[in-house]
Design a protein around this ligand. Sequence first.
Ligand SMILES: [Fe+2]
Length: 216
Amino acid sequence: MQIPKQVLQQFGGVGLDSVVGELRRHGWTRFNTAEFEMWEFLPFLGKLLNHTQVSVVEGSKSLVTSARGLSPHTDHHRARYILWNCDVQQESGGETILVDGLAVFSSMSQADKTNLRNIRLMEHSMFDGDEASHPMVFDLGGDEALYYSYWLCDESISPILRESFNRFHAAVKSVQPIFIRLETGESLLIDNNRMLHGRVPLEQNSPRILQRYWFG
Ligand SMILES: [Fe+2]
């Protein structure tokens, strides 16, 4: 995607800087969608890897397009950042849930951390070079990062690793999550290698429509 030169010179403007700064400090930020164009984020967030419309599709077997609530998790490990633009929100409810997964990981015992670093979770192949599984805790430029699609934990992992995994899962559930109800026209941007996201159950015929973008 080509970015016009005159636009590149505007980077460093307070608006975008403060959004990206907040993202880096807290792992997430929200803002008015109309304030920014998608491509403005590219120099900060990397390539646009994927775009998916998230809405309830009647009878859907896919979790994303069902009305079911989703426990905190990460998306694909290569999606460093996830941006959701809220096109339509339900009249009430429809909250997104956020938990700082790396903070939970840091709170675990040394033994659990060591075990969690040895767990690989299955991963759907989406990009060239994807393997069938990926480490739950991995190195990202010298920092630890999380991949936590918890329902893809291989049944055959050792009991010791499973115990640590279950303790991490319980710890995530015990944290008071951040509830964010995006209004129509609002966006939420998160660091997907740090923050876990989920949602409360939606209305069966929910009109909620989010545009989801993966950057990495
Ligand atoms: Fe997700």
